[in-house]
Design a protein around this ligand. Structure first.
Ligand SMILES: [Zn+2]
Length: 119
């Protein structure tokens, strides 16, 4: 009888252990998701601050010396984007938004992307 009690006790211990380990896995999965969500929000916040900073530097024509290469790349990419949007507008036979360069249908009075009045 003692032997059977001991087996029961061991099974109980094992079940508790499994339950505890499962709980840890669930908690870890939840925290991984939370951390990943926070990282994504942080990246968006960095990008937003970066864009405002870059736009302000370009507007004031005051490019920090240590970021010259990054700014050159950004200017190249902006030009390439403008060229691509020009070609899209040409192919689709549309006009270009004066504010954001998005192609706008001839019939649209406002840009669907930024809301600027079309010319
Ligand atoms: Zn626009």
């Amino acid at each position: 009888m003692d032997y059977i009690n001991k087996i029961g006790e061991e099974i109980g211990k094992a079940a508790k252990f499994i339950s505890k380990e499962t709980g840890k896995l669930v908690e870890s999965a939840k925290l991984t998701y939370t951390a990943s969500d926070i990282e994504s929000q942080l990246e968006k916040a960095y990008a937003s601050v970066g864009k405002k900073f870059i736009d302000s530097c370009l507007h004031e024509n005051n490019i920090p010396e240590q970021l010259t290469q990054e700014f050159e790349l950004i200017l190249e990419l902006k030009k390439a984007l403008g060229d691509a949007k020009d070609k899209i507008a040409e192919i689709k036979n549309t006009k270009k938004c004066p504010a954001c360069s998005e192609p706008i249908a001839e019939s649209d009075a406002y840009c669907k992307k930024c809301g600027a009045k079309s010319e």
